[in-house]
Design a binder for this molecule. Structure first.
Ligand code: HGY
Ligand code: MN
Ligand code: MN
Length: 420
């Protein structure tokens, strides 16, 4: 039976609302990886997988998997994936739309007894959002063998070691030094996601077919000054770490603005996390730590940005009163989606009678990690005013259902292409 976009709205709405309940009660839509709310949401997802009679498992990287086995004996698999973890005070659609649409695709395939020449698996990729260990895309990096010993041994602000958390949730970090064995059997990794930008909504286009995902680089900056009495230390005798940090913050913003205008590719940089110590009104800030987030689709602009920022910090160390250290703590290179899958997604959207356009992602996604290893591609659906990573994040259920129809069509097209 053809997928009825209107009919599936109620199922999708119900699942989105179910998942939204698992949040920190004090901050809307907060489901941080490994938190109590995250575990509760994972248990909910396991029940959903069981209600569809899927084979439920957790892989060595801690990804939760629900699989529909093909009725022909095969190891080949198509993955529909996304993530149920959120940023603090995030939204109810980022990642979740992908998981719910995958459940809806799976339900349709089972109810209509559609036979596939491959296994079909839904993946909740572990810890897609940047976390307390300063690493995003934990589970998808794990599949690709990109979780280094250094990353796995990182401790968070309360002393929890990342690898212990992965093992606790069912992973096995002893086997993460290379890509997981599943990689050789993956025909395609597909992900539906909200755009987290304004293009689709403004142009009134139903589906974005993602062509590329920008590089993500993160730097930790430590500024060491001298704490002191705010009432007694004269202005020209201070080593105020926050004043020095504000100079860096303004410099980063101006540099990123200039480079984004010079390059006609995606280029943004943000400092969204900063800690000041001792952070008291009557004490001159002695120490500041902050994280620089850089997204770039241009290799040369990224290199130019790092060069100019390093020169700025070197000059401030020579002429200023504080000691500044910057180090790179995460890097995921720019990736292009699999060209065949991009074309097939476009054909799938067309055969669903939905308007669509090829576009570049501004955000990072698990699909970027997987695309280094296996054919991977994504589609976007519109979200209200491009807002995301905030409680105002909103997507129309009908748009999620339209995206679901395209995801299903994609699976059916892959089935046709892979039938012996
Ligand atoms: O930060 C990102 O781009 C994604 O939301 N984790
Ligand atoms: Mn996401
Ligand atoms: Mn996100």
């Amino acid at each position: 039976m053809k997928f009825d976009i209107d009919f599936n709205v109620s199922y999708i709405k119900e699942k989105i609302e179910n998942l939204a309940k698992f949040t920190d009660p004090n901050i809307p839509f907060t489901r941080i990886v490994f938190s109590e709310q995250f575990y509760d949401a994972r248990n909910w997802l396991k029940k959903e997988f069981n209600s569809l009679n899927l084979e439920v498992s957790t892989d060595n990287a801690g990804n939760l998997i629900g699989s529909l086995k093909s009725n022909i004996k095969t190891e080949k698999v198509v993955i529909l994936g996304s993530h149920i973890d959120t940023v603090p005070s995030g939204g109810r659609y980022d990642g979740i739309a992908g998981i719910v649409s995958s459940l809806c695709v799976m339900k349709h395939i089972i109810e209509n007894d559609i036979s596939l020449p491959f296994n079909l698996s839904i993946y909740d990729y572990l810890g897609e959002e940047l976390n307390d260990w300063s690493i995003s895309c934990v589970g998808s990096r794990g599949i690709a063998g990109l979780l280094t010993e250094e990353i796995l041994n990182r401790q968070n602000s309360v002393g929890q070691v990342l690898k212990d958390e992965i093992n606790k949730i069912g992973g096995n970090t002893k086997f993460l030094d290379k890509p997981l064995s599943i990689a050789k059997n993956i025909i395609a990794c597909l992900e539906l996601h909200i755009e987290q930008g304004k293009i689709l909504e403004q142009k009134k286009i139903n589906i974005g077919v993602v062509r590329s995902i920008p590089s993500i680089s993160r730097f930790n900056v430590k500024v060491i000054g001298q704490a002191g009495h705010s009432g007694t230390i004269l202005m020209d005798q201070r080593a105020d770490a926050l004043v020095a940090s504000s100079e860096i913050i303004t410099f980063v913003n101006k540099l990123a603005l200039r480079l984004s205008q010079e390059s006609n590719q995606h280029f943004v940089s943000t400092i969204g996390k900063i800690t000041v110590s001792p952070n008291a009104a009557a004490i001159i800030p002695g120490k500041v730590e902050m994280t620089i987030d850089l997204r770039s689709s241009s290799k040369s602009s990224r290199e130019q940005y790092i060069k100019e920022l390093e020169e700025k910090i070197e000059l401030m160390n020579k002429t200023g009163t504080c000691k500044i250290d910057m180090n790179n703590i995460a890097y995921a290179p720019f990736v292009e989606m699999d060209k065949e899958l991009v074309k097939l997604f476009k054909d799938s959207a067309n055969s669903c009678g939905l308007t669509n356009q090829i576009m570049d992602s501004g955000a990072g996604h698990d699909t970027a990690q997987l695309s280094r290893l296996v054919p991977a591609a994504m589609i976007f659906i519109p979200c209200k005013e491009g807002l995301s990573h905030c409680p105002e994040e909103h997507a129309e259920i009908l748009d999620i259902s339209k995206g679901t129809a395209v995801l299903l069509k994609m699976v059916e097209n892959l089935a046709m292409l892979n039938r012996a």
